[in-house]
Design a protein around this ligand. Sequence first.
Ligand SMILES: O=C(O)C(=O)C[C@]1(C(=O)O)C=C[C@@H](O)C=C1
Length: 129
Amino acid sequence: MTEQNNVLPDDSESFDPAASSLSGQVDRAIMDELLSIRSSIDNIDATLVFLLAERFKATQKVGILKATHKLPAGDPGREAAQIARLRRLAEDAHLDPAFAEKFLNFIISEVIRHHEAIAENHQTTNQQA
Ligand SMILES: O=C(O)C(=O)C[C@]1(C(=O)O)C=C[C@@H](O)C=C1
């Protein structure tokens, strides 16, 4: 049977978790320890991608709602509250709050770009109708 029941995409054929420019240059035990830690990093990176995909699905709904009701793409008041909250969470988690703020701003700027594209598209479609 070729049916796939797993939820995760299969990247096992294209991704080599042992890929490294250090291969053959580092003691086996050290390399094994490095690969073991990298395995956690790979799981975390995969989780980040799935979480970001879910966040962008949610913000796409916001973008459609905003375009439908002609609301501005950005909401600086909301952003200020989000940034203050994330900075506090970052501090509690021993993550650099400046990095957390930069990361959120990076994501939000992409979301605003998407919102503007949705609004543009919505306007064009309505002009044609
Ligand atoms: O909540 C909104 O109004 C959104 O458009 C989402 C979002 C976000 O990505 O969190 C993006 C842009 C706004 O400036 C504020 C927040």
